[in-house]
Design a protein around this ligand. Structure first.
Ligand SMILES: [Zn+2]
Length: 67
């Protein structure tokens, strides 16, 4: 099974927002899409706004091993 994880990185501090994990600090449930986060959501580490985040490609460990 191919799992497509979407990870977003905070360009200010390098914090990774993993949609599968959510964000405990801001009470964001696991499996919450980044795009559906509230507009006032901020980076739990440095307080940067959503605008400071960029989507990054993340390959599941299993996919890496197949190469
Ligand atoms: Zn940050």
């Amino acid at each position: 099974m191919k799992i497509n994880k979407k990870i977003y990185i905070c360009l200010s501090c390098g914090y990774l927002f993993d949609e599968n994990k959510g964000d405990k600090k801001n009470k964001i449930e696991p499996n919450t899409s980044f795009l559906s986060l509230p507009e006032n959501w901020i980076c739990p580490d440095c307080g940067a706004s959503k605008d400071s985040f960029e989507e990054i490609d993340f390959l599941d460990e299993d996919e890496k091993d197949k190469k």
